[in-house]
Design a protein around this ligand. Structure first.
Ligand SMILES: [Zn+2]
Length: 183
């Protein structure tokens, strides 16, 4: 069954539909925690096909020193490996933060059926915020998009992380100053 290519806001879904999406989004949030444990910006993603996770990933940009090591890219690669195929037809990607242009492009190339995300990204979101690449009819593939699933939780996780980072940097600055004054 082909699903309709449209932008759906989480709050317009039925309770039952929302429950199902929240279940998978929680898996993506758990993966975001793994990224955070490594000091990475906490972003996680899972790809689901027929009620089964076929790929997962979390941000590893700092750990792997790779600009491409975003959660979605890792999840796509894992799903390709799992299926032994590059096409992810019929699959749904869940990601805690709206995909950037690179990941939105990779998702188009993977022929993913549906993209579900939590928090919107005002700085680089290309699935509805700055642009909407997977729903641009000029491309040869379009996906359905659902946004705002567990948006508060996904967003809070990021803002808490960045607040912690700022406080850590502030502390380091004070420490360095103290050292300077003493020398
Ligand atoms: Zn990305």
């Amino acid at each position: 069954m082909q699903i309709k290519k449209e932008m759906i806001e989480a709050e317009t879904l039925s309770l039952q539909e929302r429950d199902e999406h929240e279940y998978w989004m929680q898996k993506a949030l758990d993966l975001a925690d793994k990224a955070e444990e490594l000091g990475e910006v906490p972003i996680g993603a899972v790809i689901v096909l027929d009620g089964e996770i076929i790929g997962e990933g979390y941000n590893l940009r700092e750990t792997e020193k790779r600009a491409l090591a975003h959660a979605e890219i890792q999840a796509i690669e894992a799903a390709n490996h799992h299926l032994g195929a590059w096409r992810l037809e019929g699959a749904t990607l869940y990601v805690t933060l709206e995909p950037c242009p690179m990941c939105a492009g990779a998702l188009i190339n993977s022929r993913i059926e549906r993209i579900v995300y939590g928090a919107s990204d005002i700085k680089s979101g290309c699935v509805g915020t700055l642009m909407n690449l997977p729903m641009d009819t000029r491309f040869n593939h379009e996906a359905q998009v659902i946004r705002g699933i567990k948006a508060t939780e996904c967003g809070d996780k990021l803002s808490t992380f960045f607040r912690g980072l700022r406080e850590k940097r502030k502390k380091e600055k004070v420490m360095n100053k103290t050292v300077d004054n003493q020398s």
